[in-house]
Ligand binder design. Structure first.
Ligand code: FAD
Length: 289
């Protein structure tokens, strides 16, 4: 099932992102979380893919399980850095057989020790993968975008130009990097629309339930932690119960504001946990009934 077909029938909704379990033994827990969240009726679910193909088989397995056990629209994240054409063709062939009709076309991060990384080979940018996936099969294609700009982009202007190139090459929609101040999203949306990007742009929502962990993660992704978030969590550090309450409250307010300002689809980074996302969706239930 293509996500574009689901979007044409639903004018509001949300999606969930998972990472593949480390081993086959993790299947039961993983599918338990997927099943619990699937009951809320997402537009689609997606599974991440390690740069350089490091989780290729695990991602493929996780997608296969979801297609076998649910009737959800599913999307595979796919990175192209260091990938070979034949290997990607094989994987896309498997996906078509499983009923995975959607690809999030990504470049992927460079290997950790390559500080002066310069892309090379056939697949240098996500743009090359968007074109390739379009050429190889009948997939719905999404791309990543960055409200605060991608860390390697020379400027916000260039960042938008490159995003526009990915969309012009055939991306049906885009999903943002996490952000914790909606002004980044609104400014990005404004720049994107002015640049002629008309596809839906799903805001990526990261529930903050473990502040220190998310702060570290946000650092890797160059997502700003605003002072108000820092202040909110300061009294709750080391208190998981209170942190959960605050994180849910913050995410509900963030999503309420987005939905109140015309956003129709939300993308949740679940980190393979259902509790916080379920509570957030409960808080947003008037918007999705
Ligand atoms: P690109 O769009 O190729 O951009 C990479 C950089 O190159 C940017 O700085 C851009 O401005 C620049 N650029 C683009 N085109 C050109 C051009 N023509 N000329 C010069 N410069 C150019 N990573 C994973 O490994 N696995 C995942 O599953 C995964 N899922 C993600 C999901 C989402 C929603 C998001 C937002 C990110 C995800 N990432 C994932 C992270 C992503 O792989 C990294 O951010 C990566 O560094 C960039 O990928 P991209 O597809 O945005 O690259």
């Amino acid at each position: 099932m293509k996500i574009t077909d689901v979007l044409s029938k639903r004018d509001r909704g949300f999606s969930f992102e998972f990472f593949p379990p480390k081993s086959i033994e993790g299947k039961e827990d993983f599918m338990g979380v997927v099943g619990t969240l699937a009951a809320r009726g997402p537009v689609y679910v997606s599974v991440t893919y390690g740069a350089g193909g490091s989780t290729r088989d695990r991602t493929r397995n996780a997608l296969l399980w979801i297609t076998e056990e649910t009737d959800l629209a599913v999307m595979s994240h796919l990175t192209c850095i260091g990938a070979e054409r034949a290997e990607l063709e094989d994987l896309l062939g498997d996906y078509k057989r499983f009923g995975v009709d959607n690809i999030l076309a990504l470049r992927g991060d460079p290997p950790k020790d390559m500080y002066d990384f310069r892309p090379s080979g056939e697949f240098r940018y996500a743009l090359d993968l968007v074109r390739f996936v379009r050429e190889v099969g009948d997939f719905s294609v999404a791309v990543a975008c960055y409200p605060e700009g991608h860390q390697e982009s020379p400027s916000l202007q260039k960042d938008i130009e490159y995003t526009r190139m990915k969309v012009d090459a055939g991306a049906d929609f885009a999903i943002t990097q996490m952000f914790f101040d909606n002004r980044y999203y609104y400014d990005f949306l404004d720049r994107a629309r002015k640049a002629g990007i008309t596809v839906p742009i799903f805001p990526g929502i990261m529930p903050v339930t473990d502040f220190e962990k998310i702060r570290k993660f946000a650092g890797f992704c160059h997502a700003t932690i605003p002072p108000k978030l820092e202040e909110l969590f300061a009294p709750a550090l080391g208190d998981p119960e209170e942190s959960m309450k605050l994180g849910v409250h913050y995410a509900v307010s963030q999503c309420e504001d987005l939905l109140g300002n015309g956003v129709r689809y939300l993308h949740f980074y679940t980190l393979n946990k259902s509790d916080a996302v379920l509570k957030i969706l409960d808080g947003l239930s008037p918007h999705f009934t």
